[in-house]
Design a protein around this ligand. Structure first.
Ligand code: ADP
Ligand code: GLC
Length: 492
């Protein structure tokens, strides 16, 4: 049995701000349980719903020196849908109303978490062969493991994997501050280790000290080796390219399932979606106060409202997107200027633009189920899960060809009728607009091609089935490097 500990700052159903939570919450369910014991360790935030907190069982607690204070560290555990979860308790650090606050506080909080993860291992009766970390919040796990923990034989030989979900966020701050908070010595703050452009950088620590680096699509794994996508770390990623793998995310097919989804008006499958998806569309049109019109081209957006997701392109041509034959429904929160932009247009065109500036899981499902197309013109997209959810619900994605969007959405080809959506290459608002208009043309003038694509999209398999196998192969390779001498490439 191979033992793996996934460590992350968020995970459904406990706490979610983005796709990372979906991944950490669903991937562990899909490993071969006869060969891999994959458990998950998370912070026990006070803002986790009481419904879950009340099910957590106390294991033990201890005190650790951190940031010149003696800190309480509690360890709790819980079994959920067949997966074993551990929670690190510290009301001092995890007591806020939201998992993240400002970068300065977050760096201290997650440095504490990374150290506490390691310190708790000898006390939980589970010694992982591999610690699998995710994003900058867990960047210091492999650094601490390499540092003081090597003095203890318990920790020697534990391997580490670091998965990049988003290279944009790195956890950087002045070196003096990070050195003070983390207790790491000067040795670590040189440009081949945690120093990056004169600052300390926690993500870089994870990239330098982990045995293997992965990211969440093959295209993003290539893109981050270039200066455009590399966020200043492309040189390091090129240097580590022999240890860098791209494994595309999946989604939880039991949760995002139009056949059983309790949040949508009428459930449907790839056999009967034409009529039943129309009923969902009518229900959402009623709910939003739009005209109940099956012919209107209903376009959906569910997203964090940030530059990453291409909202400046949308801003540029919003007037044209909101044409009379379009109904646009947006669900998202984020940067004020984009929230205001959608509010403005929802006010101006209240019959056909709906701005839902809040977070709601049920509303997101209604949008995935009801719309004809889903817009996601990202500037960069490590993987993207929203387009996978849209595909699963037969809502055709319109995407920019970058990262995971490029790897998961196949552009419509009118010559042979193939494809599962629409895409454009350049980060250009008019290129995006012309592809939206092209999708509209196909929707209005070639219903047969549109429904064939919908069916194909629904039948694509973006569950974890194949990607979990790829992680298993990577775990095997890490624990037995001699086992696959044949495998010269890092495309598993
Ligand atoms: P990212 O992680 O970069 O935000 P992903 O596409 O990987 O993007 O994942 C986004 C996840 O968050 C999806 O599950 C999406 O449905 C969800 N989501 C984003 N905004 C909202 C919102 N306002 N309400 C409900 N779900 C949302
Ligand atoms: C990040 C990325 C997104 C990815 C998600 C899960 O939030 O922005 O593209 O799908 O992580 O890996």
């Amino acid at each position: 049995m191979k033992r793996v500990l996934l460590v992350a700052s968020e995970c459904v159903p406990f706490i979610k701000t983005g796709g990372l939570a979906d991944v950490v919450g669903s991937l562990p369910k899909y490993f071969d349980k006869t060969k891999y014991d994959v458990r998950v360790m998370l912070p026990k935030y006070l803002c986790i719903k009481e419904e879950y907190r009340s099910q957590m069982k106390y294991i033990t607690h201890f005190y650790t020196d951190f940031c010149f204070r003696n800190q309480y560290v509690g360890i709790l555990e819980m079994e959920y849908q067949g997966v074993h979860f551990y929670f690190i308790d510290s009301e001092f650090y995890f007591g806020g109303p939201w998992p993240y606050s400002n970068m300065y506080e977050d760096i201290e909080k997650f440095s504490f978490f990374s150290k506490a993860v390691l310190s708790s291992l000898p006390l939980i009766g589970f010694r992982p062969d591999i610690i699998h970390c995710n994003d900058w919040q867990t960047g210091l796990v492999s650094v601490y493991l390499n540092d003081s923990f090597q003095g203890d034989p318990f920790f020697r030989g534990i391997k580490t994997i670091f998965t990049i979900h988003n290279l944009k966020f790195q956890g950087t701050w002045a070196i003096d501050t990070i050195r003070y908070m983390t207790g790491l010595s000067d040795y670590y703050f040189t440009n081949d280790k945690l120093e990056s452009y004169n600052n300390g950088n926690l993500l870089k620590g994870g990239l330098v000290y982990s045995d293997i680096i992965t990211t969440v699509s093959k295209t993003y794994a290539e893109e981050i080796k270039t200066s455009f996508y590399g966020e200043g770390l492309d040189g390091l990623l090129r240097a580590r390219s022999n240890s860098l793998y791209g494994i595309v995310n999946g989604i939880d097919y039991s949760f995002y399932n139009p056949e059983t989804d309790p949040d949508i008006a009428v459930c449907y499958s790839s056999e009967d979606f034409v009529e039943k998806k129309a009923k969902n569309k009518a229900a959402l049109q009623r709910e939003l106060g739009f005209e109940e019109n099956p012919k209107a081209f209903m376009l959906g957006i569910v997203s964090r409202l940030t530059d990453q997701k291409g909202f400046d392109l949308i801003d540029c041509v919003m007037e044209q997107i909101c044409a009379e034959d379009v109904q646009l429904v947006v669900l998202g929160t984020g940067e004020r200027r984009y929230e205001d932009m959608f509010r403005y247009y929802a006010d101006k065109y209240s019959d056909r633009v709906s701005a839902n500036i809040y977070y709601s899981e049920p509303m997101s499902h209604k949008i995935y189920a009801s719309c004809d197309a889903f817009l996601m013109p990202s500037l960069f997209e490590p993987c993207g899960l929203s387009q996978l959810m849209s595909l699963r619900y037969g809502t055709l994605p319109i995407v920019r060809e970058t990262g995971g969007l490029r790897d998961t959405v196949e552009a419509y080809n009118e010559v042979d009728g193939s494809g599962t959506g629409f895409s454009f290459a350049n980060y250009n608002a008019h290129e995006m607009l012309s592809i939206i208009n092209y999708a509209k043309k196909v929707f209005y003038n070639d219903k047969a091609a549109w429904t064939t694509m919908q069916k194909r999209a629904m039948e694509k398999d973006f569950s974890w089935n194949s990607s979990a196998r790829e992680y298993e192969k990577l775990y095997d390779k890490l624990l037995d490097p001699s086992g696959d001498k044949e495998d010269e490439t890092n495309m598993l």
